[in-house]
Design a protein around this ligand. Structure first.
Ligand code: HEC
Length: 196
């Protein structure tokens, strides 16, 4: 009887050690998994491969974005200025100088072909990996950090409804004022309404 109890104790002791071992290994692992979010191609859903990305300085805003999907450049006047210049060279040819829409759709209104573009993670995925036709992947033109600044610029000229501005916090929504609507956008809208 005594022998058996001893054996049982040893077994329990071994089991406890094993449990502690497993927990101590899996805790840091799950922590690591939490810190990673998966970015996906807007059309195919495949995971984006960042090894092709244009190399640039890995800023702290970029690191934060890659682990949270949140863009710290929103509302940052300096980043928005840089983003505006980048937008003019990389995007305005197709999306218009004021994002009013041209070959590609307007980006300052609240109509989205891909609803996920109302989050900065989604918008970034579309920019990085591309969408249909002329909307090619932008990873050769812009670094990840530059893309975040372009997003900050595009969000800063948003003239759509506040309810659809998912990138704003509730607090920011409360004080949100839409930007001015580009003339060309209004004219195109009028023409569209007249013809339909
Ligand atoms: C050569 C033309 C071209 C260039 C350059 C271009 N785009 Fe596009 N873009 C398009 C077209 C065309 C579409 C529509 C594609 C579709 O519906 O799949 C589009 C779609 C998009 C969408 C999705 C809009 C929605 O309604 O969901 C976003 C976001 C976008 N572009 C951002 C950008 C940004 C930012 C840049 C610059 C870094 C850029 N594009 C450069 C042509 C272009």
């Amino acid at each position: 009887m005594i022998m058996n109890n001893k054996k049982e104790l040893k077994r329990l002791y071994g089991f406890a050690l094993l449990t502690i071992f497993v927990i101590s290994i899996s805790l840091p692992l799950s922590h690591y998994a939490d810190a990673q979010i998966i970015f996906r191609n807007t059309l195919t859903g495949e995971q984006l491969d960042f090894s092709f990305a244009k190399k640039g300085e890995e800023t702290k805003q970029q690191k934060y974005f890659m682990s949270t999907g949140l863009n710290q450049y929103l509302g940052d006047a300096e980043a928005i200025k840089v983003g505006a210049d980048l937008f003019l060279t990389a995007c305005s040819g197709c999306h218009g100088h004021e994002a009013e829409g041209k070959l590609g759709p307007a980006l300052g209104d609240d109509y989205w072909t891909y609803p996920k573009n109302t989050t900065d993670k989604g918008f970034f995925e579309t920019m990085f990996g591309g969408a249909r036709a002329m909307m090619g992947p932008q990873y050769k033109q812009l670094t990840i950090d530059e893309m975040l600044k372009v997003i900050a610029y595009v969000r800063s000229i948003y003239w759509g409804s506040v309810e659809k501005a998912d990138w704003l916090t509730e607090e920011q929504k409360a004080t949100f004022k839409p930007a001015h609507i580009p003339k060309d956008y209004l004219e195109a809208l009028k023409k569209h309404q007249e013809s339909s």
